[in-house]
Write a protein that binds this ligand. Structure first.
Ligand code: FAD
Length: 387
Protein backbone atom coordinates (compact mmCIF):
# COMPACT_ATOMS: atom_id res chain seq x y z
CA UNK A 1 0.00 0.00 0.00
CA UNK A 2 1.25 3.48 -0.84
CA UNK A 3 0.58 6.64 1.18
CA UNK A 4 1.34 10.18 0.06
CA UNK A 5 1.73 12.63 2.91
CA UNK A 6 1.37 16.30 2.01
CA UNK A 7 3.39 18.43 4.45
CA UNK A 8 6.66 17.71 6.26
CA UNK A 9 5.79 19.59 9.45
CA UNK A 10 5.58 17.87 12.83
CA UNK A 11 2.33 16.00 11.99
CA UNK A 12 3.41 14.85 8.53
CA UNK A 13 6.85 13.60 9.62
CA UNK A 14 5.32 11.68 12.53
CA UNK A 15 2.75 10.05 10.22
CA UNK A 16 5.54 9.16 7.76
CA UNK A 17 7.51 7.39 10.49
CA UNK A 18 4.57 5.33 11.75
CA UNK A 19 3.24 4.36 8.32
CA UNK A 20 6.71 3.36 7.07
CA UNK A 21 7.19 1.29 10.22
CA UNK A 22 3.94 -0.52 9.40
CA UNK A 23 5.16 -1.40 5.91
CA UNK A 24 3.56 1.39 3.87
CA UNK A 25 5.40 2.72 0.88
CA UNK A 26 5.56 6.44 1.87
CA UNK A 27 6.10 9.59 -0.21
CA UNK A 28 6.28 12.94 1.63
CA UNK A 29 5.63 16.13 -0.34
CA UNK A 30 6.84 19.43 1.12
CA UNK A 31 6.62 22.75 -0.69
CA UNK A 32 9.54 24.28 1.28
CA UNK A 33 12.98 23.52 -0.10
CA UNK A 34 14.33 21.98 3.10
CA UNK A 35 14.00 21.86 6.87
CA UNK A 36 13.10 25.17 8.48
CA UNK A 37 14.28 26.47 11.83
CA UNK A 38 11.50 29.02 12.19
CA UNK A 39 9.11 28.88 15.07
CA UNK A 40 8.87 29.32 18.75
CA UNK A 41 9.70 27.40 21.90
CA UNK A 42 7.22 24.55 22.38
CA UNK A 43 6.11 23.21 25.75
CA UNK A 44 6.24 19.53 24.83
CA UNK A 45 4.20 17.28 27.12
CA UNK A 46 1.17 14.98 27.23
CA UNK A 47 0.21 13.42 23.90
CA UNK A 48 3.34 14.38 21.96
CA UNK A 49 5.59 13.26 24.79
CA UNK A 50 3.93 9.82 24.81
CA UNK A 51 4.09 9.46 21.01
CA UNK A 52 7.81 10.35 21.10
CA UNK A 53 8.31 7.73 23.84
CA UNK A 54 6.58 5.05 21.74
CA UNK A 55 8.79 6.01 18.79
CA UNK A 56 11.97 5.75 20.86
CA UNK A 57 12.67 9.42 20.10
CA UNK A 58 12.71 10.80 23.65
CA UNK A 59 16.48 10.43 24.14
CA UNK A 60 17.19 12.60 21.08
CA UNK A 61 14.60 15.17 22.16
CA UNK A 62 16.07 15.41 25.66
CA UNK A 63 19.45 16.17 24.07
CA UNK A 64 18.13 19.17 22.15
CA UNK A 65 15.69 20.37 24.84
CA UNK A 66 16.35 23.60 26.74
CA UNK A 67 16.31 23.86 30.50
CA UNK A 68 13.94 26.70 31.31
CA UNK A 69 13.96 26.96 35.13
CA UNK A 70 11.29 29.64 35.25
CA UNK A 71 9.26 31.91 33.03
CA UNK A 72 9.36 35.59 34.01
CA UNK A 73 6.77 38.19 33.03
CA UNK A 74 8.00 41.78 32.81
CA UNK A 75 6.33 45.07 31.98
CA UNK A 76 7.01 47.26 28.94
CA UNK A 77 10.10 48.72 30.67
CA UNK A 78 11.64 45.40 31.74
CA UNK A 79 10.46 45.43 35.39
CA UNK A 80 9.70 41.99 36.81
CA UNK A 81 5.98 41.51 37.50
CA UNK A 82 5.40 37.77 37.92
CA UNK A 83 7.04 34.40 37.39
CA UNK A 84 6.37 30.69 37.51
CA UNK A 85 8.77 27.86 38.18
CA UNK A 86 8.92 25.54 35.18
CA UNK A 87 10.85 23.02 37.23
CA UNK A 88 7.86 22.83 39.55
CA UNK A 89 5.43 22.36 36.66
CA UNK A 90 7.65 19.66 35.16
CA UNK A 91 7.73 17.90 38.52
CA UNK A 92 3.93 18.05 38.77
CA UNK A 93 3.81 16.40 35.33
CA UNK A 94 6.04 13.58 36.50
CA UNK A 95 9.00 15.00 34.57
CA UNK A 96 7.11 14.65 31.27
CA UNK A 97 7.69 18.22 30.05
CA UNK A 98 10.34 19.37 27.60
CA UNK A 99 11.03 22.85 26.21
CA UNK A 100 11.87 22.43 22.53
CA UNK A 101 12.36 24.78 19.63
CA UNK A 102 9.83 23.88 16.92
CA UNK A 103 12.62 23.66 14.34
CA UNK A 104 14.64 21.26 16.54
CA UNK A 105 11.63 18.95 16.88
CA UNK A 106 11.11 18.99 13.10
CA UNK A 107 14.81 18.20 12.52
CA UNK A 108 14.85 15.35 15.04
CA UNK A 109 11.75 13.79 13.46
CA UNK A 110 13.29 14.16 10.00
CA UNK A 111 16.61 12.59 11.01
CA UNK A 112 14.76 9.70 12.67
CA UNK A 113 12.95 8.69 9.45
CA UNK A 114 14.02 5.46 7.74
CA UNK A 115 15.83 5.83 4.41
CA UNK A 116 12.97 3.99 2.65
CA UNK A 117 10.78 7.13 2.79
CA UNK A 118 10.70 9.12 -0.43
CA UNK A 119 11.13 12.72 0.85
CA UNK A 120 10.41 15.35 -1.79
CA UNK A 121 11.24 18.90 -0.73
CA UNK A 122 10.26 21.68 -3.13
CA UNK A 123 7.20 19.61 -4.16
CA UNK A 124 3.92 21.50 -3.96
CA UNK A 125 0.62 19.66 -4.20
CA UNK A 126 -1.86 21.48 -6.43
CA UNK A 127 -4.54 18.94 -7.37
CA UNK A 128 -6.32 15.81 -6.16
CA UNK A 129 -8.52 13.22 -7.85
CA UNK A 130 -10.08 11.44 -4.87
CA UNK A 131 -11.85 8.12 -5.60
CA UNK A 132 -13.20 5.31 -3.42
CA UNK A 133 -10.36 3.00 -4.43
CA UNK A 134 -7.41 5.40 -4.61
CA UNK A 135 -6.20 8.92 -5.18
CA UNK A 136 -4.20 10.75 -7.86
CA UNK A 137 -2.15 13.74 -6.74
CA UNK A 138 -0.88 16.46 -9.06
CA UNK A 139 2.16 18.61 -8.24
CA UNK A 140 2.91 22.16 -9.35
CA UNK A 141 5.46 20.87 -11.90
CA UNK A 142 2.80 18.64 -13.49
CA UNK A 143 4.00 15.36 -11.91
CA UNK A 144 1.14 12.92 -11.21
CA UNK A 145 1.37 10.36 -8.42
CA UNK A 146 -0.96 7.46 -7.57
CA UNK A 147 -1.59 6.25 -4.01
CA UNK A 148 -4.00 4.26 -1.85
CA UNK A 149 -4.17 7.10 0.69
CA UNK A 150 -3.44 10.82 0.78
CA UNK A 151 -2.73 12.26 4.23
CA UNK A 152 -3.23 16.04 4.35
CA UNK A 153 -0.72 17.28 6.95
CA UNK A 154 -0.32 20.65 5.27
CA UNK A 155 -1.23 22.92 8.14
CA UNK A 156 -3.81 25.55 8.94
CA UNK A 157 -4.03 26.84 5.33
CA UNK A 158 -4.25 23.27 3.93
CA UNK A 159 -4.61 22.87 0.17
CA UNK A 160 -5.60 19.21 0.61
CA UNK A 161 -8.51 20.35 2.79
CA UNK A 162 -9.53 22.97 0.25
CA UNK A 163 -9.49 20.47 -2.64
CA UNK A 164 -11.28 17.68 -0.77
CA UNK A 165 -13.65 19.56 1.56
CA UNK A 166 -14.05 23.17 0.41
CA UNK A 167 -12.70 26.68 0.94
CA UNK A 168 -10.86 27.63 4.14
CA UNK A 169 -13.46 30.27 5.10
CA UNK A 170 -15.96 27.51 5.99
CA UNK A 171 -13.68 26.02 8.62
CA UNK A 172 -11.54 28.93 9.87
CA UNK A 173 -12.23 30.42 13.30
CA UNK A 174 -10.16 33.59 13.70
CA UNK A 175 -9.52 34.08 17.43
CA UNK A 176 -8.74 37.78 17.00
CA UNK A 177 -4.96 37.63 17.49
CA UNK A 178 -1.95 37.53 15.18
CA UNK A 179 1.42 35.99 15.95
CA UNK A 180 4.99 36.19 14.70
CA UNK A 181 8.26 34.42 15.46
CA UNK A 182 11.84 34.78 14.26
CA UNK A 183 15.40 34.15 15.42
CA UNK A 184 18.12 36.82 15.50
CA UNK A 185 21.55 37.64 16.92
CA UNK A 186 22.09 40.33 19.57
CA UNK A 187 24.67 40.00 22.33
CA UNK A 188 23.12 42.60 24.65
CA UNK A 189 19.71 40.90 24.66
CA UNK A 190 21.29 37.52 25.16
CA UNK A 191 23.35 38.74 28.13
CA UNK A 192 20.25 40.30 29.67
CA UNK A 193 18.26 37.07 29.27
CA UNK A 194 21.07 35.03 30.84
CA UNK A 195 19.30 31.70 30.34
CA UNK A 196 15.88 33.00 31.43
CA UNK A 197 12.69 33.00 29.42
CA UNK A 198 11.19 36.49 29.62
CA UNK A 199 7.78 37.62 28.49
CA UNK A 200 6.97 41.29 28.05
CA UNK A 201 3.29 41.48 28.86
CA UNK A 202 1.16 44.60 28.40
CA UNK A 203 -2.58 44.71 27.72
CA UNK A 204 -3.33 43.02 24.39
CA UNK A 205 0.33 42.29 23.54
CA UNK A 206 2.92 39.70 24.61
CA UNK A 207 6.51 39.23 23.44
CA UNK A 208 8.61 36.24 24.47
CA UNK A 209 12.43 36.22 24.26
CA UNK A 210 14.80 33.33 24.94
CA UNK A 211 18.55 32.92 24.42
CA UNK A 212 19.43 29.88 22.29
CA UNK A 213 22.52 27.75 22.91
CA UNK A 214 24.12 28.90 19.65
CA UNK A 215 24.18 32.51 20.88
CA UNK A 216 21.08 33.73 19.04
CA UNK A 217 17.76 34.91 20.46
CA UNK A 218 14.38 33.29 19.70
CA UNK A 219 11.45 35.69 19.75
CA UNK A 220 7.71 35.37 19.51
CA UNK A 221 4.99 37.99 19.40
CA UNK A 222 1.24 37.70 19.89
CA UNK A 223 -1.24 40.57 19.92
CA UNK A 224 -4.96 41.17 19.81
CA UNK A 225 -6.18 42.71 16.58
CA UNK A 226 -9.32 43.43 14.55
CA UNK A 227 -7.37 42.90 11.32
CA UNK A 228 -8.79 40.10 9.20
CA UNK A 229 -5.99 39.96 6.62
CA UNK A 230 -2.27 39.30 7.04
CA UNK A 231 0.12 42.25 6.54
CA UNK A 232 2.22 42.43 3.37
CA UNK A 233 5.21 43.47 5.45
CA UNK A 234 5.29 41.61 8.81
CA UNK A 235 8.29 43.59 10.15
CA UNK A 236 6.52 46.91 9.53
CA UNK A 237 3.38 45.58 11.21
CA UNK A 238 5.38 44.48 14.27
CA UNK A 239 6.94 47.96 14.46
CA UNK A 240 3.48 49.50 14.29
CA UNK A 241 1.97 47.27 17.00
CA UNK A 242 4.90 46.99 19.45
CA UNK A 243 6.72 50.24 18.66
CA UNK A 244 6.13 52.05 21.98
CA UNK A 245 7.61 49.37 24.23
CA UNK A 246 10.99 49.61 25.95
CA UNK A 247 13.52 47.09 27.34
CA UNK A 248 15.03 45.05 24.46
CA UNK A 249 11.91 45.27 22.30
CA UNK A 250 13.23 48.07 20.02
CA UNK A 251 16.26 45.89 19.15
CA UNK A 252 13.98 42.94 18.33
CA UNK A 253 11.88 45.16 16.06
CA UNK A 254 15.01 46.49 14.36
CA UNK A 255 16.24 42.92 13.80
CA UNK A 256 12.85 41.95 12.34
CA UNK A 257 13.54 44.31 9.43
CA UNK A 258 16.54 42.24 8.36
CA UNK A 259 15.32 38.80 9.46
CA UNK A 260 15.65 36.25 6.64
CA UNK A 261 12.18 34.92 7.32
CA UNK A 262 9.51 35.73 9.84
CA UNK A 263 6.77 33.25 10.72
CA UNK A 264 3.62 35.38 10.78
CA UNK A 265 0.04 34.10 10.92
CA UNK A 266 -3.43 34.42 12.35
CA UNK A 267 -4.07 32.81 15.72
CA UNK A 268 -6.92 30.63 14.54
CA UNK A 269 -8.59 27.28 14.87
CA UNK A 270 -9.84 24.89 12.22
CA UNK A 271 -13.09 23.05 12.77
CA UNK A 272 -14.61 20.78 10.16
CA UNK A 273 -17.27 18.13 10.51
CA UNK A 274 -15.49 15.36 8.57
CA UNK A 275 -11.79 14.62 8.59
CA UNK A 276 -11.81 12.12 5.72
CA UNK A 277 -13.43 11.62 2.36
CA UNK A 278 -12.84 8.51 0.25
CA UNK A 279 -9.03 8.12 0.25
CA UNK A 280 -8.12 11.55 1.65
CA UNK A 281 -7.64 12.10 5.39
CA UNK A 282 -6.49 15.15 7.35
CA UNK A 283 -4.26 15.32 10.43
CA UNK A 284 -2.79 18.09 12.60
CA UNK A 285 -3.55 21.75 12.01
CA UNK A 286 -5.18 20.92 8.66
CA UNK A 287 -8.27 19.52 10.41
CA UNK A 288 -8.02 20.57 14.04
CA UNK A 289 -5.65 23.48 14.64
CA UNK A 290 -5.94 24.39 18.30
CA UNK A 291 -3.80 27.58 18.00
CA UNK A 292 -0.93 28.71 20.18
CA UNK A 293 -3.46 29.80 22.82
CA UNK A 294 -4.09 26.10 23.53
CA UNK A 295 -0.34 25.53 23.27
CA UNK A 296 -0.23 21.92 22.13
CA UNK A 297 -0.50 22.03 18.33
CA UNK A 298 2.66 20.04 17.65
CA UNK A 299 1.89 17.47 20.34
CA UNK A 300 -1.66 16.95 19.17
CA UNK A 301 -0.57 16.68 15.53
CA UNK A 302 1.77 13.87 16.59
CA UNK A 303 -1.12 12.24 18.47
CA UNK A 304 -3.36 12.35 15.39
CA UNK A 305 -0.61 10.83 13.23
CA UNK A 306 -0.10 8.06 15.78
CA UNK A 307 -3.82 7.28 16.03
CA UNK A 308 -4.29 7.28 12.26
CA UNK A 309 -1.48 4.75 11.82
CA UNK A 310 -2.84 2.64 14.70
CA UNK A 311 -6.29 2.43 13.10
CA UNK A 312 -4.84 1.61 9.66
CA UNK A 313 -2.83 -1.17 11.32
CA UNK A 314 -5.92 -2.51 13.06
CA UNK A 315 -8.40 -2.51 10.14
CA UNK A 316 -8.01 -4.06 6.70
CA UNK A 317 -10.58 -1.64 5.29
CA UNK A 318 -9.11 1.85 4.80
CA UNK A 319 -12.61 3.38 5.03
CA UNK A 320 -13.20 1.76 8.40
CA UNK A 321 -9.79 2.81 9.72
CA UNK A 322 -10.38 6.45 8.71
CA UNK A 323 -13.81 6.46 10.35
CA UNK A 324 -12.37 5.01 13.57
CA UNK A 325 -9.53 7.54 13.56
CA UNK A 326 -11.97 10.42 13.21
CA UNK A 327 -14.21 9.01 15.91
CA UNK A 328 -11.32 8.56 18.36
CA UNK A 329 -9.75 11.99 17.94
CA UNK A 330 -12.40 14.49 16.93
CA UNK A 331 -14.17 14.96 20.26
CA UNK A 332 -11.02 15.30 22.42
CA UNK A 333 -9.62 17.80 19.91
CA UNK A 334 -12.78 19.90 20.13
CA UNK A 335 -12.37 19.96 23.91
CA UNK A 336 -8.77 21.13 23.55
CA UNK A 337 -9.90 23.86 21.17
CA UNK A 338 -12.53 25.06 23.60
CA UNK A 339 -10.10 25.18 26.51
CA UNK A 340 -7.67 27.15 24.29
CA UNK A 341 -10.38 29.73 23.64
CA UNK A 342 -11.31 29.86 27.33
CA UNK A 343 -7.76 30.51 28.51
CA UNK A 344 -6.77 33.08 25.85
CA UNK A 345 -7.00 35.93 28.37
CA UNK A 346 -4.29 34.34 30.54
CA UNK A 347 -1.72 34.27 27.75
CA UNK A 348 -2.57 37.70 26.40
CA UNK A 349 -4.51 39.67 29.03
CA UNK A 350 -6.55 42.28 27.18
CA UNK A 351 -6.99 44.84 29.99
CA UNK A 352 -4.91 46.14 32.93
CA UNK A 353 -7.39 44.37 35.24
CA UNK A 354 -6.90 40.98 33.55
CA UNK A 355 -3.15 41.53 33.69
CA UNK A 356 -3.22 42.25 37.44
CA UNK A 357 -5.46 39.24 38.03
CA UNK A 358 -3.05 36.95 36.16
CA UNK A 359 -0.11 38.32 38.15
CA UNK A 360 -2.02 37.85 41.40
CA UNK A 361 -2.69 34.19 40.62
CA UNK A 362 1.01 33.69 39.78
CA UNK A 363 2.00 35.36 43.07
CA UNK A 364 -0.41 33.14 44.99
CA UNK A 365 1.19 30.03 43.54
CA UNK A 366 4.41 30.90 45.40
CA UNK A 367 2.69 30.90 48.81
CA UNK A 368 3.66 27.62 50.51
CA UNK A 369 0.92 25.00 50.14
CA UNK A 370 -0.97 26.85 47.39
CA UNK A 371 0.62 25.22 44.32
CA UNK A 372 -0.82 21.76 45.06
CA UNK A 373 -4.27 23.38 45.43
CA UNK A 374 -3.99 25.29 42.14
CA UNK A 375 -2.13 22.62 40.20
CA UNK A 376 -5.36 21.16 38.72
CA UNK A 377 -5.80 24.54 36.96
CA UNK A 378 -2.24 24.55 35.61
CA UNK A 379 -2.39 20.91 34.61
CA UNK A 380 -5.88 21.08 33.06
CA UNK A 381 -5.81 19.74 29.51
CA UNK A 382 -2.28 18.33 29.76
CA UNK A 383 -3.44 14.70 29.93
CA UNK A 384 -2.26 12.53 27.06
CA UNK A 385 -4.85 11.50 24.47
CA UNK A 386 -3.11 8.28 23.56
CA UNK A 387 -2.21 6.46 26.75
C1 FAD B 1 8.10 27.07 9.60
C2 FAD B 1 7.00 27.01 10.62
C3 FAD B 1 7.07 27.84 11.75
C4 FAD B 1 6.03 27.81 12.69
N1 FAD B 1 6.11 28.65 13.77
C5 FAD B 1 5.08 28.73 14.61
C6 FAD B 1 5.08 29.67 15.68
O1 FAD B 1 6.02 30.42 15.89
N2 FAD B 1 3.97 29.75 16.48
C7 FAD B 1 2.89 28.92 16.27
O2 FAD B 1 1.91 29.00 17.01
N3 FAD B 1 2.88 27.97 15.30
C8 FAD B 1 3.93 27.87 14.46
N4 FAD B 1 3.89 26.97 13.44
C9 FAD B 1 2.76 26.03 13.37
C10 FAD B 1 3.00 24.82 14.27
O3 FAD B 1 4.22 24.21 13.87
C11 FAD B 1 1.84 23.86 14.10
O4 FAD B 1 0.70 24.46 14.72
C12 FAD B 1 2.01 22.48 14.75
O5 FAD B 1 3.33 22.06 14.77
C13 FAD B 1 1.19 21.42 13.96
O6 FAD B 1 1.83 21.28 12.75
P1 FAD B 1 1.34 20.60 11.41
O7 FAD B 1 2.44 19.66 11.02
O8 FAD B 1 -0.03 20.04 11.52
O9 FAD B 1 1.27 21.83 10.41
P2 FAD B 1 2.49 22.87 9.93
O10 FAD B 1 3.50 22.92 11.00
O11 FAD B 1 1.81 24.06 9.52
O12 FAD B 1 3.11 22.06 8.71
C14 FAD B 1 2.46 21.99 7.45
C15 FAD B 1 3.51 21.73 6.38
O13 FAD B 1 2.85 21.56 5.12
C16 FAD B 1 3.57 22.26 4.11
N5 FAD B 1 2.64 22.56 3.02
C17 FAD B 1 1.58 23.41 3.04
N6 FAD B 1 0.92 23.38 1.86
C18 FAD B 1 1.58 22.49 1.08
C19 FAD B 1 1.38 22.01 -0.25
N7 FAD B 1 0.37 22.43 -1.02
N8 FAD B 1 2.24 21.08 -0.76
C20 FAD B 1 3.29 20.62 -0.01
N9 FAD B 1 3.52 21.04 1.26
C21 FAD B 1 2.67 21.95 1.80
C22 FAD B 1 4.08 23.50 4.85
O14 FAD B 1 5.18 24.08 4.20
C23 FAD B 1 4.45 22.92 6.20
O15 FAD B 1 5.77 22.42 6.24
C24 FAD B 1 4.90 26.94 12.49
C25 FAD B 1 4.85 26.10 11.38
C26 FAD B 1 5.87 26.13 10.44
C27 FAD B 1 5.79 25.23 9.22
Amino acid sequence: MRAIICGAGISGLTAAWWLARDGWDVIVLERAHGLREEGYMIDFFGTGFDVARHMGLLGRLREVAYHVPEVIWIDGQGRREASISYDRLAKAMGGKLLSLMRGDLERQLFEFLPASIDMRYGAMLTGIDNRTDGVTVTLADGTRLEADLLVGADGIHSIVREKAFGPQTQFFRDLGYQTAAFIYSDDATRRELNGEFKLVSVPGRTIGLYGLRDGRVASFFVHKTDRKDLPQNPAAELQCVYGGLGWHVPTALEKARNAGSIYYDHVAQIELPRWYSNRVVLIGDACAAVSLLAGQGASLGMGMAYELAAQLRKHKSVAKALARYERAMQRPLRRKQKSGRDTAAQLVPATPFQLRLRNLVLALVKVPGVFPLLSPIFLAGTKSLID
